[in-house]
Write a protein that binds this ligand. Structure first.
Ligand code: P5A
Length: 451
């Protein structure tokens, strides 16, 4: 068996270019911290390279999204980033999309584009393959890079030009079944964001260039959010559906969606202080970051692109569609906006790049080196993710870097403690520290973090 050691790394062998100085171009905390913690580097305006540490976070977010999509019955596929202009002409969006669309022509002068979204392409695939109502419902998704030539790319990965999105597309025989598909995604979204440690609030929203008459944006509250939001405090305590939620129980799903849409929750353009039904002491007025957006648009694309199936009586039925987006790369920034302090990120366990950081306070000291090697090997062999700061650096530098990177656990090994048989175990969230034996430190990390 080939051993994959990518989950246990030594800082001296790891490409992790942290910065002491705050980069001048970064206006918000997540952008500053992602640059300082060596997660991303800007390639050009609104376009980023993901360095090893950042990529670990991106992959964790992606995997949670994937698991919850699969659980809700969506099927993963992968469509290309480059699309032909023809299908966008067919849907009528080629001209509508305007300057946000990056248009390209190939060597044969054929008009191509870098996909800003995939309604057209997935509808074309469906129309070419599915013939009968018996094959419905279908929900297809992919997790793929998108490009939108935003006028003002800003805030790092939060509003990029190139960004990573999960986009799902549902196909159903009638509007009622389409509503079930919508509810499934709604519930999956509540679970997805909760697993990332986020409190998310679904708000009724404008449908913009995607279209349709039913849509919800999923927002998290954060001071640096681009949208101003108003919602009932009740949202903060609403119960998120459990892992075992039954996606076959359509009435149960509708109940959950009803509960989560029953209270007041709007973005500023829809808020009228005079008409707001929520008393001031129960109203949250805050800023929000849109991390997901779901749409039901019926036959908008299926009509124009010929996505029809034979219905139960042999009649032709144009299928009802919805689309469901999650900003996977935006989430890396959004989670930092929601979870940080002055020193750095505070990653929730589920998306942390590593579970534990190991700090050797005296590199080169036999006892410290041996204890660190022992802890490192034990965590690695137990399949835990660990970053060992084995650099010959001052303690202050190592502490500052570990806090900046924001791993859930820190194990600090120094000569004085070792004489008494202890190391320091620190929780990044809350900052609690205790002196414990190596065994106790290991068992706490292993018990508390998922393998
Ligand atoms: C839904 C899936 C759509 O594109 N078509 C397919 C629909 N919706 S959306 O709201 O326009 O985008 C979905 C999510 O993608 C994220 N997002 C971005 N992230 C980073 N930079 C951007 N420029 C950007 N634009 C959109 C958001 O999280 C959004 O909710």
């Amino acid at each position: 068996m080939i051993r994959d050691n990518s989950n246990a790394v030594r800082r001296t062998r790891y490409f992790l270019p942290t910065l002491k100085e705050t980069p001048a171009e970064a206006q918000i905390v997540s952008h500053r911290m992602m640059l300082r913690a060596g997660m991303v580097r800007q390639a050009s305006a609104g376009i980023y390279s993901w360095l090893p540490l950042g990529l670990r976070v991106l992959k964790k977010i992606e995997q949670i999204v994937r698991e919850e999509q699969n659980r809700a019955g969506a099927q993963e596929m992968l469509m290309p980033t480059i699309q032909s202009a023809d299908i966008w002409r067919q849907s009528g969006r080629y001209d509508d999309y305007g300057k946000e669309m990056l248009r390209i022509s190939d060597r044969h002068e054929r008009e191509m584009l870098y996909g800003p979204t995939n309604e057209e392409l997935v509808t074309q695939i469906f129309a070419g393959e599915v013939r009968s109502y018996r094959d419905l419902p279908i929900n297809l998704y992919h997790i793929q890079w998108k490009f939108r030539d935003e006028v003002r790319p800003r805030f790092g990965v939060m509003r990029g030009r190139e960004f990573y999105m999960k986009d799902a597309y549902s196909f159903d025989l009638d509007a009622e079944a389409g509503r079930v598909a919508y509810n499934k995604m709604f519930v999956a979204y509540l679970r997805t964001f909760a697993r990332m440690g986020l409190k998310v609030i679904p708000m009724r929203a404008d449908t913009g260039p995607i279209g349709g008459d039913m849509s919800h944006e999923f927002l998290i509250l954060a001071e640096t959010g681009e949208s101003e939001v108003f919602c009932h405090k009740a949202y903060l305590d609403m119960e998120v559906p459990a892992e075992g939620v039954d996606y076959g129980d359509h009435a149960g799903l509708a109940d959950i969606v009803r509960r989560w849409t029953s209270e007041y929750a709007v973005t500023d353009e829809m808020h009228d202080p005079a008409a707001c039904p929520v008393p001031a002491d129960k109203l949250i007025a805050a800023r929000g970051i849109e991390v997901g957006h779901i749409f039901f648009f019926g036959t908008k694309y299926s009509e124009k692109m010929g996505a029809r199936v034979a219905g139960p009586g042999g009649e032709e039925v144009t299928v009802e569609m919805g689309s469901y987006g999650i900003g996977v790369s935006r989430l890396a920034g959004a989670i930092i906006e929601a979870c940080h302090d002055e020193a750095g990120a505070i990653w929730p366990e589920s998306v942390a790049p590593f579970q534990a950081g190991l700090v050797n306070l005296r590199q080169g000291d036999d006892a410290c080196d041996a204890a660190c090697e022992d802890i490192f090997a034990k965590l690695r062999d137990a399949g835990r993710e660990v970053l060992y700061d084995d650099r010959d650096e001052r303690a202050g530098v190592k502490f500052a870097d570990m806090d900046l990177i924001g791993l859930p656990w820190q194990v600090v090994v120094g000569p004085r403690g070792l004489k008494n048989g202890v190391v320091e175990l620190k929780r990044r969230a809350g900052g609690a520290r205790e002196e414990v034996s190596i065994e106790s430190a290991l068992s706490q990390i292993m018990d508390r973090s998922a393998s």
